[in-house]
Design a protein around this ligand. Structure first.
Ligand code: GNR
Ligand code: NI
Length: 170
């Protein structure tokens, strides 16, 4: 298992649309293990493959509370099949936009169809933090970031700040 470096805003990779996974094999499961280790190390409650530079439709999530047993979830080629009319607001953050947080409104509950790490189809009905996290991660697979759901002024300020920071690191 390896902790992989995280892709940070404004890296254009974060805007790439990830491609479907064609084979669930041991190589893919190696990537899943690396992503879980990277997520736990960060620490974060979710991670999309593109955040470690791999443009494939794969994400991992663990929304277990601190001190509770780990509950790693793996979603391959996930699709939202239903979204609730009800909305909920969470303060979101993103490992690719470190130390920036903002409230985002999304459907309060979603049903997500995907493949698990053994290659089996799974359907997960999620609400609460898991529903928000699933939508945040599936957005990543489509090149969408949580700052795309806030005001344009705030978004442009964040992008400007990270662009300046990246420039000063070269
Ligand atoms: O660690 C994370 N926390 C979080 C909090 C609220 C809503 C979404 C998230 S996902 C984020 C990790 C991440 O960037 N995943 O892409
Ligand atoms: Ni994120």
């Amino acid at each position: 298992m390896t902790i992989k470096p995280l892709i940070i805003l404004p890296d254009p990779l974060l805007r790439q649309v990830s491609a479907p996974i064609e084979r669930v094999d041991s190589e893919l499961n190696q990537l899943v293990d690396d992503m879980l280790e990277t997520m736990y190390d960060a620490p974060g409650i979710g991670l999309a493959a593109i955040q470690v530079g791999v443009p494939r439709r794969l994400l991992v999530i663990d929304v277990a509370k601190e001190g509770e047993e780990r509950q790693p979830l793996v979603f391959i080629n996930p699709e939202i099949v239903t979204s609730s009319e009800e909305r909920s607001v969470y303060e979101e953050g993103c490992l690719s936009i470190p130390d920036y947080y903002a409230e985002v409104e999304r459907p309060a509950a979603v049903t997500v169809k995907s493949i698990d790490r053994s290659g089996k189809e799974q359907t997960v009905e999620a609400d609460g933090l898991l529903a928000t996290c699933l939508q945040h991660e599936i957005d990543h697979l489509n090149g969408v970031l949580f700052i795309d759901h806030i005001s344009r002024l705030k978004r442009e300020m964040v992008i400007k700040r990270f662009t300046k920071a990246a420039r000063s690191k070269i």
